[in-house]
Ligand binder design. Structure first.
Ligand SMILES: Cc1cc2nc3c(=O)[nH]c(=O)nc-3n(C[C@H](O)[C@H](O)[C@H](O)COP(=O)(O)O)c2cc1C
Ligand code: SF4
Length: 628
């Protein structure tokens, strides 16, 4: 029977196991595409973590196809020596390196390319709201040639393989279907002509290097690519001698939730699509999308719908998954919860790929210190747990006070619809805290108790409290603050709800009211004119039971309804059965204020210092512990 740790041969590549890193943009670089310490540490850690093959972040074969201003490059000759640094670090640490080459077409980002996107036809990419210019024939020829040049340069840079991006909604896929290719020339009449010419160019420049072909098994959009539509790509791949097909799902423009394997995309559909792909190609199949689950991986091999396991964001969560699984340390894996906040959102924001529970993504974990220090941490939420764990990682004697339950507000993050998998990273944090031997005192901390521990450093991570804002007439309404709502201490009533504040928690409350509590109408109001985008907001915005009012302030509640002020005009938005407030969160600083003059080394972190998210909390903890 096949095992996850079999040695596998793909063409002339010998893989030491079945684990492959899927292409993930890191946003660690700069507009020149140069490699820096962040890339090198990230890929070094991945290679040390036991992956057999690392598909590095995608590069655009020409500037016009760039997706991110901080993406690596291949379009100029200097890119070769830059990428060589990455292949060196990957090889030195025991993995093989593969370069994903792409042209994003209509999904390209003008901020990265310095020009409007180019595509087969001028059809807007919904995810970026950019309408591309139609490619001229000369431009098409130039791109085809650039795919060949990128392959040649990949070989010169020391890559063992190239992954040709022929799916996921990028340029090759855009040529394949009517909905994105309305051309009347030969590239419109024969929708696969562009793909054929790219394959020819890539394989004639490969000089024996192995080529993997990346596809989307199903784009899940009307008129989009289905498993059967990929047959033309499979034939090309087989005829030219590609060594594997690598399947993801969705496409970058129309169906990002599938592309990123968001938690609300059904896994049974995913597996059904991979099974179809498997039945349509003779080539070995790599699959990705929430595969960091041993049962699922083993089922994939046993049931025959995959030959190799691709891992994407879960490697931001834990770069050593493969090594840990191989050593039977399944319990030590840091499991991804699918929130996308530390990885995707930080890449989009240009901060760089991270993870809410792993501030060590592109830096070393703390080493044991020679110093002997005693830490007392107060508060067992994400910031406090992280600070205690990292202090203990450095070998410091660490006591954590928690009056209720470890996890703090992380316990609420698992409550909204589609967020159940957030229990996995929370459990991982708790297990690590225990593994490092943090002593947890389940009681409320006070001066005497802290003093009795005789600490060298006190870290206060007492979190935040959600409170009811002071609005005229609110005392006559049925009001629940967002934390109490998710703690279930006060149930919502009726069918029409108003949510004040459409930030992360407000959105989750809105969705919870609709999905779990059967509300018929939910109105959200926020003072911001433009709300930061995420998948929850996208789902809410397309739900007819939802109304989101932005750039507006709730003035008062009256007998006849809630009065808002938008664009200096007052409007009555009617009566509500339940009001949820997610705007009155305040840092819990009282203990810190009381203790700050009583201990020499006392630090305030997490929400107690500055209201933020779990990412902010764990990274605050890192910053504080790094100083000792
Ligand atoms: C931040 C981020 C960037 C990604 N960039 C790419 C990309 O450029 N090309 C691509 O084919 N897939 C990309 N993906 C998709 C992953 O390769 C993978 O298919 C997807 O995340 C599902 O697998 P996972 O659940 O293991 O992350 C990206 C995913 C993430 C989270
Ligand atoms: S930030 Fe969330 S989705 Fe991204 S790797 Fe971490 S746990 Fe997974």
């Amino acid at each position: 029977m096949s095992s996850l740790f079999d040695v596998v041969r793909l063409g002339n590549l010998e893989l030491k196991n079945r684990f492959v890193m899927a292409p993930v943009k890191t946003a660690y670089g700069n507009p020149k595409g140069e490699v820096n310490e962040l890339h090198l540490k990230f890929y070094e850690k991945l290679a040390k973590g036991g992956l057999s093959l690392i598909i590095t972040e995608p590069v655009a074969v020409l500037k016009s196809g760039r997706e991110h201003p901080k993406q690596l490059c291949i379009d100029e000759e200097h890119c070769v020596s830059e990428l060589r640094k990455i292949t060196d670090v990957i090889h030195k640490n025991g993995s093989l390196a593969c370069l994903n080459i792409n042209h994003a077409g209509r999904a390209a980002n003008p901020k990265a390319s310095g020009q409007p996107p180019l595509a087969p036809s001028a059809i807007t990419c919904p995810a970026t709201a950019q309408t591309p210019q139609e490619l001229t024939k000369d431009q098409i020829k130039e791109i085809i040639k650039a795919f060949g040049q990128a392959t040649r340069k990949a070989k010169e840079a020391g890559f063992d393989a190239v992954e040709l991006q022929a799916g996921m909604g990028y340029l090759i896929a855009q040529f394949l279907k009517d909905r994105t290719n309305k051309r009347n020339d030969e590239y419109g009449k024969d929708k696969s002509l562009f793909a054929k010419e790219v394959f020819e160019e890539v394989f004639s420049n490969a000089s024996g290097m192995s080529i993997i072909v990346r596809i989307s098994a199903n784009e899940f959009v009307d008129g989009g690519i289905t498993p059967e539509d990929n047959k033309v790509i499979f034939e090309l791949a087989e005829n030219y001698g590609a060594v594997a097909i690598h399947a993801g799902l969705g496409n970058a423009c129309d169906t990002p939730p599938w592309y990123y394997s968001a938690t609300f995309t059904p896994e049974d559909k995913q597996i059904e699509m991979f099974k179809k792909v498997k039945s349509l190609t003779k080539l070995p199949l790599i699959v990705d999308g929430r595969m960091a689950n041993k049962q699922k991986m083993e089922a994939a091999l046993k049931d025959g719908w995959a030959d190799l396991i691709g891992l994407g964001k879960s490697l931001a969560c834990d770069q050593e998954i493969v090594k840990k699984l191989q050593e039977g340390k399944d319990d030590e894996v840091y499991y991804c919860g699918g929130c996308l906040q530390g990885c995707l959102l930080k890449v989009k924001a240009g901060v760089g790929l991270g993870c809410i529970i792993n501030p060590f993504v592109n830096r070393d974990r703390f080493e044991k210190s020679d110093k002997k220090l005693k830490f007392v941490v107060v508060g067992g939420g994400p910031a406090g747990m992280a600070a205690a764990t990292y202090a203990a990682m450095k070998g410091y004697d660490t006591v954590l006070f928690e009056k209720k339950k470890l996890g703090g507000q992380f316990n609420l993050a698992v409550k909204p619809p589609f967020k159940e998998s957030m229990q996995r990273p929370l459990d991982s944090m708790i297990k690590e805290l225990n593994r490092y031997g943090v002593k947890v005192r389940y009681e409320e901390a006070n001066y005497d108790k802290i003093k009795e521990e005789n600490p060298d450093v006190v870290v206060i991570a007492t979190g935040a409290t959600s409170s009811i804002p002071n609005i005229d007439g609110i005392e006559n309404e049925y009001v629940i603050d967002a934390f109490s709502y998710f703690e279930n201490t006060k149930p919502p009533k009726g069918k029409r709800a108003l949510v004040l504040g459409v930030g992360l928690i407000g959105r989750e409350a809105m969705e919870d009211l609709l999905v779990k509590k059967g509300f018929e109408e939910v109105v959200g109001i926020d003072i911001l004119k433009e709300l930061p985008a995420d998948f929850t907001l996208a789902r809410l915005s397309s739900n007819p039971k939802v109304k989101i009012i932005t750039g507006a302030k709730l003035e008062r509640f009256t007998e006849n309804g809630a009065i808002i002020n938008k664009d200096t005009k007052e409007e009555n938005i009617g009566k509500f059965d339940t009001i949820i407030t997610s705007i009155g969160t305040k840092p819990n600083k009282d203990l810190y204020e009381f203790l700050k003059d009583k201990f020499d080394n006392i630090k305030l972190i997490g929400d107690a210092n500055n209201i933020g998210d779990i990412y902010q909390a764990t990274h605050d903890a890192y910053d504080v512990i790094a100083k000792y």
